[in-house]
Ligand binder design. Structure first.
Ligand SMILES: *[C@@H]1O[C@H](CO)[C@@H](O)[C@H](O)[C@H]1NC(C)=O
Length: 126
């Protein structure tokens, strides 16, 4: 019973957040986290680390407008890696695909759900 009450409370809280319907905003947040985890893994793993270690760090803050050009640059860098076997590696490929997908969602599907609160490129390079 207590669990049910808690569940109902949670649901009403989610429904009460006017600008962030769980559909788009939550998806974007979890994809941002996924990209950072994948990118860390790709750099950490020796199989892909040797060819991606020179890439800039990507801090995916979806509230920062500069993330849009930043993601485009990152996709460009990943696809242009001189070592083709690295580009074709499943983990690298999946990372590139996830960034591309997040960019697409943020550019076309999140209207009204997502508001940039800053446009600060330097903040994304930490
Ligand atoms: C791709 O990279 C991952 C680490 O990011 C590694 O575990 C995997 O073995 C690599 N796959 C191939 C086919 O080299």
């Amino acid at each position: 019973m207590a669990l049910l009450m808690l569940l109902m409370l949670l649901i009403s809280c989610v429904a009460a957040a006017p600008y962030f319907p769980p559909t788009c905003y939550t998806k974007v947040l979890s994809m941002a986290r996924e990209i950072m985890e994948r990118s860390a893994e790709v750099r950490r793993n020796p199989a892909t680390g040797y060819c991606t270690v020179h890439l800039p760090n990507i801090y995916v803050d979806v509230h920062n407008a500069c993330i849009m050009p930043k993601m485009r640059t990152y996709i460009f860098l990943l696809e242009g890696l001189p070592d083709r076997s690295c580009v074709r590696n499943r983990s690298v490929h999946k990372l590139t695909a996830t960034i591309r997908q997040l960019h697409l969602i943020m550019a076309h599907k999140c209207h009204g759900d997502l508001h940039f609160s800053t446009d600060d490129c330097a903040a994304l390079e930490r």
